[in-house]
Design a protein around this ligand. Sequence first.
Ligand code: ZN
Length: 419
Amino acid sequence: MEAVKKFFKTLLLLLLIAAMGLGIWHFAAPVREQAAPYIEFAGERIGFTSARFRTPTLFGYLRKDSIRAGSQELDLGKLDPSQLTLEIPEGYECSLVVKKEGEQYFSGGADDFARQSFDNGDYTITVTLHCDETQETDWASFFYVVDYTVDIRPSAVFSAEKALQGDIITVLVNTGRSDAEPTISTDLGKPVFAPLGNRNYVSYVPVGFAQTPGEYEIKVSAGGESFTGKVTVEEREYTVQNLTIDEETVANTTGAGASIDYAQKITPTLYTSEKDILWDGLFIQPIEGTITTEFGLYRYTNGSSRAERHTGIDIAAAEGTPVPASNSGKVVYAGDVISTGGSVVIEHGCGLKTYYYHLSSVDVKTGDVVSKGDIIGKVGSTGYATGPHLHFEVKLGEYALSPWELFDGSSSIYSAGQK
Ligand SMILES: [Zn+2]
């Protein structure tokens, strides 16, 4: 009897030792872990926040779970929806859950995420990468938790707070979540908006060559919000010219008939504008040559005590010199005008136009679409002119603007909103 008891006691002890051994084996079995993968979210390389492994023990009869902490949960702050990109490494199953302010927003795969749109709000995304057990590695799931905020508000950026007479102020607007077009108003002119895509718009505000110096406001309304740009207009220095022109030319090219003709042919172009931006890159000075009459110059003709203003630049050149378009656009007038002679007007978008006068021949017609550098006519001395030259002018609506900043690239139109 004692012997039986002893036998069972020993057996129990052995079983206990075996169980302990198996237990140690089970708990001490090492995780066969692969190199931890990274994901790329919103352009950031991100390591896992936590990971779970399932390791086989006791010849595969059992599995044990283990959890490992990784890097801290990341807060990426304010992001634009266009920045919300997700890249996952190859060889893993990917699933994700997005919560908005604590509530589930959506769940799915990486492809679903790319198609998702995001409203303003605070989000948490949890990305899970999973791989099954292989010969070398264990079953594993890696979790990546990232916080971010989507915050799109309407915005308006005014290119300058100071401008010279003859400058252009460029206004860039985003309407935020609104599809409604923004509006703009100012005492400086009647600017319009051209769409740039993704609810971005550009507008060119003219500061006319003769704009009275002082303080002005530009009021923009976009996506239900109002913005005001303040601009101080400063005086530009202009030169003075005394011009003698023969009385016959004056008689033939000025006066009531010439005014009516100009009003019928050129004036209407001041009040049209092409919705889209057509210009591309720097405006070029159409032809080389001496600048015989500067932009904005005060001109006293034949001893008159009253000055006329010169709204463009005169470039002297040989009769017949080909004249290229300063930039790409659409011809909105081409023909003969009593005062300006052979004339071409090109719209470059958003109301910005270039004017070419006194041409001996006009080689385009109204409605033509021209590319920068295309020949539109030839230098002449037709209309109110004393010799062969090109009168080149830049206008936004009724307002004549300096061409020099368009030629040298310093104009605000180049700062943004280019095609
Ligand atoms: Zn001129």
